[in-house]
Design a protein around this ligand. Structure first.
Ligand code: GLV
Length: 322
Protein backbone atom coordinates (compact mmCIF):
# COMPACT_ATOMS: atom_id res chain seq x y z
CA UNK A 1 0.00 0.00 0.00
CA UNK A 2 1.57 3.31 -1.02
CA UNK A 3 0.13 6.70 -0.34
CA UNK A 4 1.40 9.47 -2.55
CA UNK A 5 1.28 13.01 -1.28
CA UNK A 6 3.09 16.28 -0.77
CA UNK A 7 4.37 16.32 2.75
CA UNK A 8 5.34 12.81 3.73
CA UNK A 9 8.48 11.16 4.97
CA UNK A 10 9.94 9.49 1.90
CA UNK A 11 10.59 11.26 -1.31
CA UNK A 12 11.79 9.95 -4.64
CA UNK A 13 12.39 10.91 -8.21
CA UNK A 14 10.68 8.11 -10.07
CA UNK A 15 11.82 7.55 -13.62
CA UNK A 16 8.94 6.94 -15.86
CA UNK A 17 9.52 6.68 -19.58
CA UNK A 18 11.37 9.86 -20.54
CA UNK A 19 9.86 11.82 -17.72
CA UNK A 20 10.73 12.33 -14.09
CA UNK A 21 7.94 12.62 -11.64
CA UNK A 22 8.75 13.94 -8.21
CA UNK A 23 6.55 12.25 -5.65
CA UNK A 24 6.62 11.90 -1.93
CA UNK A 25 5.25 8.65 -0.74
CA UNK A 26 4.61 6.61 2.32
CA UNK A 27 4.91 2.87 2.05
CA UNK A 28 3.16 0.33 4.23
CA UNK A 29 6.23 -1.88 4.46
CA UNK A 30 4.68 -5.14 5.57
CA UNK A 31 3.04 -8.16 3.98
CA UNK A 32 0.19 -7.84 6.48
CA UNK A 33 -2.64 -5.50 5.50
CA UNK A 34 -2.48 -1.95 6.80
CA UNK A 35 -4.90 -1.67 9.76
CA UNK A 36 -8.04 0.15 8.65
CA UNK A 37 -7.73 2.82 11.35
CA UNK A 38 -4.20 3.62 10.31
CA UNK A 39 -5.11 3.70 6.64
CA UNK A 40 -8.00 6.09 7.32
CA UNK A 41 -5.61 8.44 9.08
CA UNK A 42 -2.78 8.20 6.59
CA UNK A 43 -4.77 8.68 3.39
CA UNK A 44 -5.77 12.18 4.40
CA UNK A 45 -4.74 14.57 1.62
CA UNK A 46 -3.06 12.03 -0.70
CA UNK A 47 -3.12 12.47 -4.48
CA UNK A 48 -2.78 8.79 -5.26
CA UNK A 49 -3.20 5.46 -3.56
CA UNK A 50 -1.84 2.03 -4.46
CA UNK A 51 -3.73 -0.76 -2.72
CA UNK A 52 -4.12 -4.53 -2.72
CA UNK A 53 -7.32 -6.56 -2.49
CA UNK A 54 -7.44 -6.58 1.31
CA UNK A 55 -8.21 -2.84 1.35
CA UNK A 56 -11.87 -1.96 1.04
CA UNK A 57 -12.05 1.25 -0.97
CA UNK A 58 -15.43 2.67 -0.06
CA UNK A 59 -17.10 6.01 0.68
CA UNK A 60 -15.61 6.11 4.20
CA UNK A 61 -12.06 5.73 2.89
CA UNK A 62 -12.55 8.14 0.00
CA UNK A 63 -14.02 10.73 2.36
CA UNK A 64 -11.05 10.26 4.67
CA UNK A 65 -8.68 10.80 1.73
CA UNK A 66 -10.44 13.98 0.67
CA UNK A 67 -10.62 15.83 -2.63
CA UNK A 68 -6.90 15.60 -3.54
CA UNK A 69 -7.25 11.93 -4.41
CA UNK A 70 -7.17 11.61 -8.20
CA UNK A 71 -5.86 8.12 -8.83
CA UNK A 72 -6.35 4.70 -7.30
CA UNK A 73 -4.26 1.76 -8.44
CA UNK A 74 -5.10 -1.74 -7.24
CA UNK A 75 -2.56 -4.53 -7.50
CA UNK A 76 -5.19 -7.08 -8.52
CA UNK A 77 -7.23 -8.12 -11.50
CA UNK A 78 -10.38 -8.35 -9.35
CA UNK A 79 -12.00 -5.12 -8.24
CA UNK A 80 -14.88 -6.22 -6.06
CA UNK A 81 -13.10 -4.54 -3.11
CA UNK A 82 -13.59 -1.15 -4.79
CA UNK A 83 -16.78 0.85 -4.72
CA UNK A 84 -16.75 1.85 -8.38
CA UNK A 85 -19.81 4.04 -7.97
CA UNK A 86 -18.14 6.13 -5.26
CA UNK A 87 -14.91 6.37 -7.26
CA UNK A 88 -16.78 7.46 -10.39
CA UNK A 89 -18.82 10.02 -8.45
CA UNK A 90 -15.58 11.62 -7.25
CA UNK A 91 -13.88 11.49 -10.67
CA UNK A 92 -11.11 9.21 -9.38
CA UNK A 93 -9.36 7.15 -12.07
CA UNK A 94 -8.70 3.48 -11.39
CA UNK A 95 -5.88 1.21 -12.54
CA UNK A 96 -5.75 -2.58 -12.13
CA UNK A 97 -3.52 -5.50 -13.17
CA UNK A 98 -5.13 -7.87 -15.68
CA UNK A 99 -3.14 -10.06 -18.13
CA UNK A 100 0.14 -10.19 -16.19
CA UNK A 101 -1.31 -12.78 -13.80
CA UNK A 102 -3.21 -14.92 -16.32
CA UNK A 103 -0.49 -17.58 -16.68
CA UNK A 104 0.08 -17.97 -12.94
CA UNK A 105 -3.64 -18.19 -12.16
CA UNK A 106 -4.28 -20.70 -14.94
CA UNK A 107 -1.33 -22.81 -13.80
CA UNK A 108 -2.54 -22.85 -10.19
CA UNK A 109 -6.08 -23.69 -11.30
CA UNK A 110 -4.80 -26.75 -13.17
CA UNK A 111 -2.72 -27.76 -10.14
CA UNK A 112 -5.74 -27.40 -7.85
CA UNK A 113 -7.96 -29.32 -10.26
CA UNK A 114 -5.55 -32.26 -10.43
CA UNK A 115 -4.91 -32.16 -6.68
CA UNK A 116 -8.65 -32.38 -6.05
CA UNK A 117 -9.61 -34.88 -8.73
CA UNK A 118 -6.70 -37.25 -8.03
CA UNK A 119 -7.04 -36.80 -4.26
CA UNK A 120 -3.42 -35.83 -3.73
CA UNK A 121 -3.83 -34.28 -0.27
CA UNK A 122 -5.60 -37.40 1.05
CA UNK A 123 -2.94 -39.55 -0.60
CA UNK A 124 0.07 -37.78 0.94
CA UNK A 125 -1.68 -37.83 4.31
CA UNK A 126 -2.25 -41.61 4.06
CA UNK A 127 1.35 -42.19 2.99
CA UNK A 128 2.70 -40.16 5.90
CA UNK A 129 0.42 -41.49 8.61
CA UNK A 130 0.56 -45.24 8.07
CA UNK A 131 -2.59 -45.62 5.96
CA UNK A 132 -0.50 -46.99 3.09
CA UNK A 133 -0.97 -50.77 3.23
CA UNK A 134 -0.67 -53.08 0.27
CA UNK A 135 -1.53 -51.90 -3.25
CA UNK A 136 -5.32 -51.92 -3.40
CA UNK A 137 -7.47 -51.86 -6.55
CA UNK A 138 -9.91 -49.09 -5.69
CA UNK A 139 -7.99 -47.27 -2.98
CA UNK A 140 -7.75 -43.49 -3.52
CA UNK A 141 -9.26 -43.66 -6.99
CA UNK A 142 -10.19 -40.31 -8.46
CA UNK A 143 -11.47 -38.91 -11.73
CA UNK A 144 -9.38 -38.34 -14.83
CA UNK A 145 -9.37 -35.56 -17.39
CA UNK A 146 -8.99 -37.81 -20.44
CA UNK A 147 -12.31 -37.96 -22.34
CA UNK A 148 -13.96 -35.56 -19.92
CA UNK A 149 -16.12 -32.50 -20.47
CA UNK A 150 -14.70 -29.37 -18.86
CA UNK A 151 -17.07 -26.49 -18.15
CA UNK A 152 -15.95 -22.91 -17.64
CA UNK A 153 -18.20 -20.45 -15.87
CA UNK A 154 -17.15 -16.98 -17.03
CA UNK A 155 -15.03 -17.18 -20.16
CA UNK A 156 -12.36 -14.48 -20.10
CA UNK A 157 -8.59 -14.45 -20.45
CA UNK A 158 -8.12 -16.77 -17.48
CA UNK A 159 -10.77 -19.29 -18.58
CA UNK A 160 -9.14 -19.55 -22.00
CA UNK A 161 -5.68 -19.97 -20.44
CA UNK A 162 -6.99 -22.78 -18.22
CA UNK A 163 -8.56 -24.58 -21.18
CA UNK A 164 -5.36 -24.24 -23.22
CA UNK A 165 -3.46 -25.94 -20.42
CA UNK A 166 -6.05 -28.68 -19.94
CA UNK A 167 -6.42 -29.56 -23.64
CA UNK A 168 -3.22 -31.69 -23.74
CA UNK A 169 -4.75 -33.89 -21.03
CA UNK A 170 -7.08 -35.15 -23.81
CA UNK A 171 -10.22 -33.37 -22.66
CA UNK A 172 -13.06 -34.39 -24.98
CA UNK A 173 -15.05 -31.17 -24.93
CA UNK A 174 -14.96 -27.65 -23.52
CA UNK A 175 -18.22 -25.88 -22.75
CA UNK A 176 -18.80 -22.48 -21.16
CA UNK A 177 -21.41 -20.07 -20.05
CA UNK A 178 -21.29 -16.31 -19.64
CA UNK A 179 -23.71 -13.41 -19.89
CA UNK A 180 -23.57 -13.83 -23.67
CA UNK A 181 -21.60 -16.01 -26.10
CA UNK A 182 -17.98 -14.90 -26.56
CA UNK A 183 -17.16 -16.45 -29.94
CA UNK A 184 -13.71 -14.92 -30.36
CA UNK A 185 -12.40 -16.28 -27.07
CA UNK A 186 -14.32 -19.55 -27.42
CA UNK A 187 -12.95 -20.31 -30.88
CA UNK A 188 -9.39 -20.28 -29.49
CA UNK A 189 -10.24 -23.31 -27.37
CA UNK A 190 -13.06 -24.75 -29.45
CA UNK A 191 -15.57 -24.28 -26.63
CA UNK A 192 -19.32 -24.49 -27.01
CA UNK A 193 -21.65 -21.93 -25.41
CA UNK A 194 -24.30 -23.62 -23.25
CA UNK A 195 -26.89 -22.53 -20.68
CA UNK A 196 -26.03 -22.43 -16.98
CA UNK A 197 -28.15 -25.58 -16.47
CA UNK A 198 -26.38 -27.45 -19.25
CA UNK A 199 -23.02 -26.39 -17.83
CA UNK A 200 -24.03 -27.96 -14.51
CA UNK A 201 -25.38 -31.13 -16.11
CA UNK A 202 -22.60 -31.82 -18.61
CA UNK A 203 -19.40 -30.75 -16.83
CA UNK A 204 -17.15 -33.42 -15.34
CA UNK A 205 -14.96 -30.57 -14.16
CA UNK A 206 -16.46 -27.15 -13.59
CA UNK A 207 -14.04 -24.23 -13.24
CA UNK A 208 -15.39 -20.90 -12.03
CA UNK A 209 -13.54 -17.97 -13.58
CA UNK A 210 -16.06 -15.14 -13.39
CA UNK A 211 -15.82 -11.79 -11.60
CA UNK A 212 -17.79 -11.27 -8.40
CA UNK A 213 -20.68 -8.91 -9.20
CA UNK A 214 -24.22 -8.55 -7.82
CA UNK A 215 -25.29 -10.96 -10.63
CA UNK A 216 -22.76 -13.68 -9.76
CA UNK A 217 -22.98 -13.42 -5.95
CA UNK A 218 -23.63 -16.96 -4.62
CA UNK A 219 -24.64 -18.11 -8.08
CA UNK A 220 -22.96 -21.45 -7.30
CA UNK A 221 -25.60 -22.71 -4.91
CA UNK A 222 -27.82 -25.75 -4.43
CA UNK A 223 -29.54 -25.04 -7.73
CA UNK A 224 -26.19 -25.61 -9.49
CA UNK A 225 -24.83 -28.41 -7.30
CA UNK A 226 -28.09 -30.42 -7.47
CA UNK A 227 -27.81 -30.53 -11.28
CA UNK A 228 -24.16 -31.63 -11.32
CA UNK A 229 -23.08 -35.26 -11.66
CA UNK A 230 -22.02 -37.06 -8.48
CA UNK A 231 -18.67 -37.70 -10.17
CA UNK A 232 -18.01 -34.03 -10.92
CA UNK A 233 -15.31 -31.77 -9.53
CA UNK A 234 -15.99 -28.10 -8.75
CA UNK A 235 -13.05 -25.64 -8.86
CA UNK A 236 -13.11 -21.99 -7.85
CA UNK A 237 -10.14 -19.66 -8.28
CA UNK A 238 -12.19 -16.47 -8.81
CA UNK A 239 -13.83 -15.09 -5.66
CA UNK A 240 -15.34 -16.91 -2.68
CA UNK A 241 -18.45 -14.75 -2.88
CA UNK A 242 -19.70 -16.53 -6.01
CA UNK A 243 -20.31 -19.68 -3.94
CA UNK A 244 -22.92 -20.38 -1.30
CA UNK A 245 -20.62 -22.28 1.07
CA UNK A 246 -23.43 -23.91 3.08
CA UNK A 247 -24.84 -25.38 -0.14
CA UNK A 248 -21.36 -26.48 -1.21
CA UNK A 249 -20.81 -28.20 2.14
CA UNK A 250 -24.13 -30.00 1.73
CA UNK A 251 -23.29 -31.08 -1.84
CA UNK A 252 -19.85 -32.37 -0.82
CA UNK A 253 -20.88 -34.10 2.38
CA UNK A 254 -23.86 -35.89 0.82
CA UNK A 255 -21.93 -37.01 -2.25
CA UNK A 256 -23.98 -34.87 -4.62
CA UNK A 257 -20.66 -33.87 -6.22
CA UNK A 258 -17.32 -35.68 -5.95
CA UNK A 259 -15.01 -32.90 -4.81
CA UNK A 260 -14.21 -29.22 -4.69
CA UNK A 261 -10.99 -27.24 -4.92
CA UNK A 262 -11.16 -23.68 -3.64
CA UNK A 263 -8.49 -21.01 -3.74
CA UNK A 264 -10.94 -18.39 -2.49
CA UNK A 265 -13.48 -18.39 0.33
CA UNK A 266 -15.68 -16.14 2.45
CA UNK A 267 -14.23 -14.93 4.70
CA UNK A 268 -10.52 -14.94 4.02
CA UNK A 269 -8.83 -16.40 5.91
CA UNK A 270 -11.45 -19.11 6.35
CA UNK A 271 -11.56 -19.94 10.09
CA UNK A 272 -9.87 -23.27 10.78
CA UNK A 273 -13.10 -24.39 12.51
CA UNK A 274 -15.09 -24.01 9.28
CA UNK A 275 -17.03 -27.20 8.34
CA UNK A 276 -15.49 -27.24 4.83
CA UNK A 277 -12.12 -28.02 6.46
CA UNK A 278 -13.57 -31.25 7.88
CA UNK A 279 -14.21 -32.70 4.42
CA UNK A 280 -11.69 -34.98 2.74
CA UNK A 281 -13.12 -34.13 -0.67
CA UNK A 282 -12.57 -30.39 -0.29
CA UNK A 283 -9.13 -28.90 -0.98
CA UNK A 284 -8.74 -25.35 0.29
CA UNK A 285 -5.86 -23.05 -0.62
CA UNK A 286 -5.23 -19.61 0.93
CA UNK A 287 -5.84 -17.42 -2.17
CA UNK A 288 -2.48 -18.04 -3.87
CA UNK A 289 -3.45 -18.26 -7.55
CA UNK A 290 -1.22 -15.38 -8.69
CA UNK A 291 1.51 -16.11 -6.14
CA UNK A 292 4.59 -16.67 -8.27
CA UNK A 293 7.61 -14.39 -7.91
CA UNK A 294 7.48 -13.38 -11.58
CA UNK A 295 3.80 -12.57 -11.51
CA UNK A 296 3.77 -10.67 -8.24
CA UNK A 297 6.71 -8.58 -9.52
CA UNK A 298 4.86 -7.88 -12.76
CA UNK A 299 1.70 -6.97 -10.83
CA UNK A 300 3.54 -4.53 -8.54
CA UNK A 301 5.35 -2.91 -11.43
CA UNK A 302 2.13 -2.53 -13.44
CA UNK A 303 0.29 -1.14 -10.41
CA UNK A 304 3.07 1.42 -9.78
CA UNK A 305 3.18 2.45 -13.43
CA UNK A 306 -0.61 2.80 -13.58
CA UNK A 307 -0.45 5.07 -10.56
CA UNK A 308 2.33 7.28 -11.94
CA UNK A 309 0.70 7.60 -15.36
CA UNK A 310 -2.59 8.47 -13.70
CA UNK A 311 -0.92 11.12 -11.57
CA UNK A 312 0.58 12.65 -14.70
CA UNK A 313 -2.87 12.75 -16.24
CA UNK A 314 -1.96 10.22 -18.93
CA UNK A 315 -3.76 7.02 -19.95
CA UNK A 316 -2.80 4.17 -17.65
CA UNK A 317 -1.47 0.88 -19.06
CA UNK A 318 -4.53 -0.91 -17.66
CA UNK A 319 -7.33 1.38 -16.63
CA UNK A 320 -10.88 0.48 -15.66
CA UNK A 321 -13.62 2.19 -17.63
CA UNK A 322 -15.90 3.64 -14.97
O1 GLV B 1 -7.31 -12.47 -6.66
C1 GLV B 1 -6.42 -11.87 -7.17
C2 GLV B 1 -6.58 -10.71 -7.97
O2 GLV B 1 -7.71 -10.21 -8.12
O3 GLV B 1 -5.58 -10.21 -8.51
Amino acid sequence: CAMIQEKHKSSAMLTHGFYFLRVQFELWDSDDPVPRKELLQKVKGVDGLLCVLTEKIDAELLDAAGPNLKVLSTMSVGFDHLSLEELKKRGIRVGYTPDVLTDAVAELTVALLLTTSRRLIEATHEAKTGGWGTWRTLWLCGHELANSTVGIFGLGRIGVAIAERLAPFKVKKFIYTDMAPRPELASAINAEFVSFDELAKQSDFLAVCCALTPETKEICNKNLFSKMKNTSIFINTSRGGVVNQEDLYEALSTGQIAGAGLDVTVPEPLPTSHPLFTLKNCVILPHIASASYTTRNAMSSLAANNLLLGLRGQPMIKELKL
